[in-house]
Structures are given as structure tokens and as C-alpha cells.
Design a protein. Structure first.
Length: 128
């Protein structure tokens, strides 16, 4: 992961994930199922005077649903194929919960870790 031409350290990546996790805690407490979590839907707003001070927001709630006892029947293949949960792809059930968002977030975490690992290997090869 890069920011303004420099790589982020693992400590900074963990802090960014903490910010995302608090967002998801709120969504889950309100029973919101986003159904299209991907990197492109995360918006980061930096404080101009302090680049370590930022807010992460999740956008594109177009296919999101509120999961309630009266209505948790979701139909159709919705989401982005790279981060979509298996239960949506297979459509074995029309009833699913926030686990589909947790799966998508896990895919994003894995991508961060892979990119960070590749960056470390390249540093060791070229910077000795």
C-alpha cells in the first residue's frame, strides 16, 4: 500500500483497519448489510494540517439492505465479483447476514497483507 510515494508501515496499516472495524461495528449494530464492500468504496479524508489524522468512510450503499426479522430475503446476484461472498454467488439461500460483509472485508485484508509482503521482499532484494 502506498501513500504519497512512500510505503505504509504495518503499524499504520493496523491503524487503518481499526478505523474500518469501528465502521463495521456500527453497521452491524444497525443491521446494515452493505453487500458491495471493495477498496474502491472506502473514502479517506485527511486533515490538511496533520496527515496522520484521517477519517475513513464507506460509500455506495446502493445495494445495501437493513436486515430485520420481517425482511431478510435478498434476491439476485449483487456485488463485485472479486470480493463477493460465496453464499451470494451460489445463491443457495436468499437469507444471509452481515457475514457476507465480513467475508468481503477479509478479502481486502488479505490483499493488503499480500501487497505489504511483496513490498518487503522487493526492499530486501533491491535495497540489500
Amino acid at each position: 500500500m502506498k501513500e504519497k510515494g512512500k510505503s505504509l508501515e504495518i503499524k499504520e496499516i493496523k491503524e487503518k483497519f481499526k478505523e474500518k472495524n469501528s465502521l463495521f461495528k456500527y453497521m452491524f449494530s444497525e443491521k446494515i448489510i452493505h453487500r458491495d464492500i471493495k477498496l474502491e468504496n472506502f473514502l479517506v479524508k485527511y486533515n490538511n494540517s496533520n496527515k496522520n489524522d484521517y477519517i475513513i468512510k464507506l460509500s455506495d450503499y446502493g445495494i445495501s439492505k437493513i436486515n430485520s426479522l420481517q425482511s431478510n430475503n435478498f434476491s439476485g446476484f449483487k456485488g463485485t465479483i472479486e470480493t463477493i461472498a460465496p453464499e451470494i454467488i451460489l445463491q443457495k439461500t436468499k437469507k444471509y447476514e452481515n457475514s457476507v460483509d465480513i467475508f468481503s472485508l477479509g478479502i481486502i485484508y488479505i490483499n493488503y497483507l499480500i501487497i505489504w509482503s511483496i513490498h518487503l521482499v522487493i526492499q530486501k532484494i533491491f535495497l540489500f
